[in-house]
Design a protein around this ligand. Structure first.
Ligand SMILES: [Zn+2]
Length: 250
């Protein structure tokens, strides 16, 4: 597929969404769908690099679209000023060739994973907390998937951003790594499926970025083949995505 014809949905316009939108726009992706319902806060500005002082208080979708359209006049935008929700997730991801997820909470991450599997769309997940950022490419079917790595939503308290902290440059790197995986997939590199890239801002330079392939878990509830078929996830059940927000930067 030519990048000009590609339609990419970006879930979360935060610290990950900003650098990856810049990279996708710069690479020549034709259409970006943007999903977010937050407003820009002053505390976002150090890492959410699309936004500037004058954007504080306005929606991230509007501010992001303004910044990106100045840089990339030919880029088409589809603004979805909402959260990804159990009621809209499958329909929304179905409209795109690829989904890039940089949300800030586990509920949205698992919902994105499940919706993309149900709609048979490839997805690149991203996360960053403290000094470590990750990007994971998941194929449209067959796994390995996000649930092979993290079985289900955490039951215990997970520190929020204020408690855990997040380093701006590490978030930027994680977003760039997501864009790299997304662009390679769009250009036909199917070997990226299952690739987990980790950046550790405190590691020695030669070990700062590591790549490994995660295995498909045969008893995975989303892509597994051994599990009881009745327990496998084949539809969105809203009760599955309820939890307090956690700190995984978006
Ligand atoms: Zn899986």
């Amino acid at each position: 597929m030519s990048l000009r014809n590609a339609r990419v949905l970006v879930v979360g316009m935060g610290g990950l969404g900003a650098p990856l939108c810049l990279a996708l726009g710069r690479a020549g992706v034709g259409t970006l769908g943007l999903v977010d319902d937050d407003a820009v806060e002053r505390s976002n500005l150090h890492r959410q690099i699309l936004f500037r002082d004058g954007d504080v208080g306005t929606s991230k979708i509007a501010a992001g679209q303004r910044a990106l359209s100045e840089l990339f006049p030919d880029l088409r935008f589809e603004a979805h000023e909402t959260r990804l929700l159990p009621d809209n997730a499958v329909e929304l991801v179905s409209r795109y060739d690829l989904v890039v997820e940089g949300s800030d909470n586990f509920a949205t991450k698992f919902l994105t994973a499940d919706a993309c599997a149900i709609a048979a769309r490839p997805v690149v997940h991203g996360a960053a907390v403290r000094w470590v950022g990750t990007a994971l490419a998941v194929p449209p079917s067959g796994g390995p998937c996000y649930r092979c790595l993290f079985e289900d939503l955490p039951r215990d308290h997970v520190p929020n951003c204020a408690e855990a902290g997040v380093m701006g440059p590490v978030v930027g790197l994680a977003g760039a790594l997501q864009a790299d995986l997304a662009l390679r997939w769009l250009e036909g590199a199917r070997e990226v499926a299952g690739e987990l890239v980790t950046v550790d801002g405190r590691a020695e330079p030669s070990r700062m970025v590591r790549r490994r392939r995660i295995p498909r878990r045969s008893d995975c509830s989303l892509c597994g083949v051994l599990g009881d078929s009745k327990s496998n996830i084949t539809a969105i059940d809203r009760g599955r995505y309820i939890m307090a927000d956690a700190c995984l930067e978006g």
